[in-house]
Write a protein of this length. Sequence first.
Length: 300
Amino acid sequence: MAAIQITDIKKKYPNLQALDGVSLSIEQGEFFGLLGPNGAGKTTLISIIAGLNRADSGHVSVMGHDVVTDYRAARRQLGVVPQELVFDPFFTVRETLRMQLGYYGLKKNDAWIDEIMENLDLTNKADTNMRALSGGMKRRVLVAQALVHKPPVIVLDEPTAGVDVELRQTLWKFIGRLNREGHTIVLTTHYLEEAQALCSRIAMLKAGKVVALDTTKALLEQVAGSQLKLRLSGAPLPDTLRPLQIASESSYISLRINHSNEIEPILATLRLAGCCIDDLQLEQADLEDVFLQIMDGGHK
């Protein structure tokens, strides 16, 4: 049974096809990345998974529970950290988390609440009113609210947008622990280095469609290759190497290579052409390279 099963989901607004036949299967225990530019449909898809929005057609289930016909059971399996800072200003942090437990029909579990607060560095704010917290602290409480009922599936929608480095590190340490303990994590983020470091598998959305779906490792290997950055003198880049050129910035020329065994033939060609290599850097492709190629239509 998949943690989240998404089958041919379509959703249209008056002037926008937000989702156009999205199908995904996210397995239990995965750390899964959902990436795409603004307007790609990520937040709409998360809203449908959470039961906050209704698809025009298709089906979504969470841990085997349909999000429409079995909404209550599906929602109990899911913890969602939204982008927006939504909070009740009249309660303390601890009261807020106790109330969240009550929404799921669960009795107060102060031991787990204490553990969450400790792991998110909220302990010294437990009795502070929500309206007195900084934006970063409110973001931590949102994360705590999503985790308080111990859901097996956790969806993080841009959880570190606009927060400090300390919170990002604290959050990923705790979320990484939950993932190792068996929780399924689904992450949307604009910080592609986070997705590359954390996610074992990634789907990329563009204009409401899945345009890439693979392991992070396979995406990095198959799509982007590496870059050989050179600073040359003595002679210009030979014409035979120009098809490999992907950028030229300041005094450096960047050549795309797919395998390390291509480097020596390139260097031999440069020597024969009379080029002196003043500097050489080999840069591994990262997820940003992959993302830009796919969004520009360069991925087949």
